[in-house]
Design a protein around this ligand. Structure first.
Ligand code: ADP
Ligand code: ADP
Length: 228
């Protein structure tokens, strides 16, 4: 479903990715691990077309991401991908439900319909009682769950997360991990997650270990929970 071929990327003279290729199947839960500076974030950004490679290509659902015009690429991204970062990037002036409505409004969905969908997904992430709170009135764990709700409300085929629990305490991190598993089981979405968290990496079907801009190993984890 997601295919990367021969991706390379330099920043100035620093080579950050060297000829990386990989294939990710629908519904796979993939962790990207490895030391700081290995190129994990860069790879994730290229897979999500948030950044442009020097060479190579990325196809999502047979669409060649870097052959699309900027406008079409943005529309394709909004429709098919969701992003979760270490810091939630919620809009502080908007309530939880308004933040979650945002991708639907951008996609042109009507206000009522969007609110119903956003309310339902906030319920799913355990925040049905926080719909009208602004980010500043929520705990760090709650804020991150709103960000996850926003990333998934439009049911994207693939969710990219970069250290999604890097800023959370253990209890909140575990709650987010559990949520990812439930979402995957419910919707068979594909997850690609950069993480230093061993517990999160252990939940994945597959772990890509990166070092010095390359995939050093690509291991399937045997006995993890799988979608029904
Ligand atoms: P990781 O996520 O594994 O920590 P990154 O992909 O963030 O690694 O970064 C890999 C290397 O590329 C690091 O040395 C980082 O400093 C460098 N780098 C990342 N983004 C940029 C950028 N926009 N400009 C210059 N150097 C960058
Ligand atoms: P992470 O914690 O995920 O590895 P970083 O903190 O390394 O991310 O980088 C955060 C952002 O800053 C990334 O989007 C990356 O592109 C950019 N960045 C990282 N290193 C550099 C750098 N040396 N110069 C410029 N931008 C950088």
């Amino acid at each position: 479903m997601l295919d990367a071929q021969n991706l390379s990327k330099k920043y100035g003279r620093l080579t950050v990715l060297r000829d990386v290729s990989l294939h990710i199947g629908k519904g796979e839960f993939v962790a990207i691990a490895g030391p700081s500076g290995a190129g994990k974030s860069t790879l994730l950004h290229l897979l999500g077309a948030l950044d442009v490679p020097d060479s190579g290509r990325v196809q999502l659902m047979n669409q060649d991401l870097f052959r699309l015009s900027r406008k079409k690429q943005a529309a394709f991204r909004n429709q098919n991908m969701g992003f979760v970062f270490q810091f939630h990037h919620l809009l502080p002036e908007f309530t939880a439900i308004e933040n979650v409505c945002m991708p639907l409004w951008i996609a042109g969905q009507g206000k009522k319909e969007a609110q119903a969908a956003a309310g339902a997904i906030l319920e799913t992430v355990g925040l049905g009682h926080r719909l009208n709170h602004k980010p500043g009135e929520l705990s760090g764990g709650e804020q991150q769950r709103v960000a996850i709700a926003r990333a998934i409300v439009h049911r994207p085929a693939v969710i990219f997360a970069d250290e999604p629990t890097g800023n959370l305490d253990t209890a909140n991190a575990q709650a987010v991990h559990q949520l990812f598993l439930e979402l995957r089981a419910a919707y068979n979405q594909t997850f690609v997650i950069v993480t230093h968290n061993e517990q999160l990496a252990a939940m994945a079907d597959r772990t890509l270990l990166m070092r010095d801009g390359q995939i050093e190993s690509d291991q399937r984890n045997g006995d993890v929970l799988t979608a029904p």
